[in-house]
Ligand binder design. Structure first.
Ligand SMILES: Cc1cc2nc3c(=O)[nH]c(=O)nc-3n(C[C@H](O)[C@H](O)[C@H](O)COP(=O)(O)OP(=O)(O)OC[C@H]3O[C@@H](n4cnc5c(N)ncnc54)[C@H](O)[C@@H]3O)c2cc1C
Length: 400
């Protein structure tokens, strides 16, 4: 049986990026995913500037651009009551831009890059079914084309998304915080909207995210609170359109209400776990905790996690010195950028669905340049030094 240094379970953004970075350090890596690529993933598809910088460092941004990814310059919130709040990245950095990139393209591109690393083996169509963590190492068993295989390694990287199997056992507890929210997503052609901005239309029932894909196409993702219905509705296209009508300004912009692409649905959309490590295990991306999509920061966090996990492993694994303290440090360092995003999501959600609060927040952002700059910097830098203090939050709620 081949023994690897590291097995990475899940080849989404977090898993493939981890495999690329660990492979570049010379570790032998086995990357496993149950899906066959290219595969779809429901997502708003807007990557924030800090995430785009990591893709640039990885060397994939040009390739993505050739495949149709497009830069965007900011996020405009269209608030209940008709106010708009425009947050433009260039208010804090002239060169900052986010990227709109279809997930099917982005995830395939990263998985291909991982596969190109000489010390990385990528097995797709491999569903991991059982994991044993012992003092001497880890063993992963699963099915590929109906045949059972098992592999061993020194360490596991768990990158299997929000429904991660690492949340049962391993001493990691799962706190699902927004099971009351679900998402419906599809693409439209002939959409008349701004070409280089992501728009977030907010209502009490939830939000609609519009990401322009070029050539008049746009992805429209609805994030709804469960009172609005349930994602398991039999006629998903009717259900989607019924809820799109909550946003009349968008209905006016789509030529044909029924999109050509099937509607994708998913729930929950955010999650916290008690810790993102266990003995010989590091969790990355949504498996380690997912922020609500309202911040647009999930993909950036997945990329940052991969960098952080690689940093911990590259320093400690070669000498066989990966201690429980190193793993705990990973969890603490991850929390330092995850927690502010998580809290920002909670604040935005509590404001945008109430016309009264939304109006006050829009006044505060127009009048108070210090708070406004912090909000834009948090969006651009993610994990930087900008933080909203209690006083800033009071300014937003009071409109001053
Ligand atoms: C509706 C919605 C909109 C969003 N919009 C945005 C946005 O605009 N911008 C943004 O930055 N983020 C957004 N996000 C968040 C973003 O999609 C996630 O944070 C990101 O996909 C996390 O990547 P990941 O690699 O951790 O997980 P995933 O992309 O979910 O990858 C997990 C992988 O693990 C594999 N896997 C699972 N189980 C197994 C198994 N047993 N064996 C083998 N493989 C397995 C899966 O096949 C999958 O390929 C959104 C999320 C949602 C739900």
């Amino acid at each position: 049986m081949t023994r690897y240094d590291i097995i990475v379970v899940g080849a989404g953004i977090a898993g493939s990026t981890s495999a690329v970075l660990l492979g570049r350090q010379g570790f032998s890596v086995l990357l496993l995913d149950k899906a066959l690529f290219p595969r779809e993933k429901i997502c708003g598809e807007g990557l924030m500037p800090a995430g785009a910088t990591i893709l640039q460092e990885l060397g994939v941004l040009e390739e993505l651009s050739r495949q149709g990814a497009r830069p965007f310059q900011g996020i405009h919130f269209c608030l209940p009551g008709g106010n708009r709040v425009a947050l433009n990245f260039q208010e804090v950095s002239e060169t900052a831009s986010g990227w709109i990139t279809p997930r099917v393209t982005l995830d395939s591109c990263l998985a291909r890059l991982a596969e190109k690393q000489p010390s990385v083996t990528f097995r797709q169509g491999f569903a991991v079914q059982s994991i044993q963590i012992r003092t001497q190492g880890v063993e992963v068993e699963g099915l590929c084309e109906g045949i059972r295989h098992s592999y061993t390694a020194r360490v596991l990287v768990g990158a299997d998304g929000i429904h991660s199997r690492f949340h049962c056992g391993f001493g990691i507890r799962r706190h699902t915080l927004s099971s009351q929210r679900f998402a419906l997503s599809t693409q439209y052609c002939h959409f008349k909207g701004p070409p280089n901005l992501v728009e977030v239309h907010c209502r009490r029932a939830g939000e609609a995210y519009v990401a322009p894909l070029g050539d008049g196409r746009a992805r429209i993702t609805l994030l709804l609170f469960k009172q609005a219905g349930s994602a398991g509705h039999p006629g998903l296209a009717d259900f989607y359109f019924e809820h799109l009508k909550l946003f009349p300004e968008l209905v006016r912009q789509v030529k044909n209400p029924y999109p050509e692409e099937p509607i994708g649905s998913t729930s929950p959309v955010s999650l916290r776990v008690s810790r993102c490590h266990a003995s010989r295990l590091i969790l990355v991306g949504d498996a380690a905790g997912a922020v609500d999509p309202v911040t647009g920061q999930g993909m950036t966090i997945a990329l940052k996690d991969a960098q952080l996990a690689c940093r911990v492993l590259e320093h400690r694994l070669p000498a066989g010195q990966l201690s429980s303290q190193d793993l705990a440090t990973y969890s603490t360092q991850r929390e330092a950028y995850f927690d502010p995003s998580f809290k920002l999501a909670r604040l935005i959600l509590s404001i945008v669905k109430h016309p009264f609060l939304a109006h006050r927040a829009s006044l505060a952002l127009a009048r108070n340049s210090a708070v406004r700059t912090k909000v834009v910097r948090m969006a651009v830098e993610m994990g930087g030094s900008a933080r909203l203090t209690r006083k800033d939050q009071l300014h937003l709620l009071a409109g001053i």
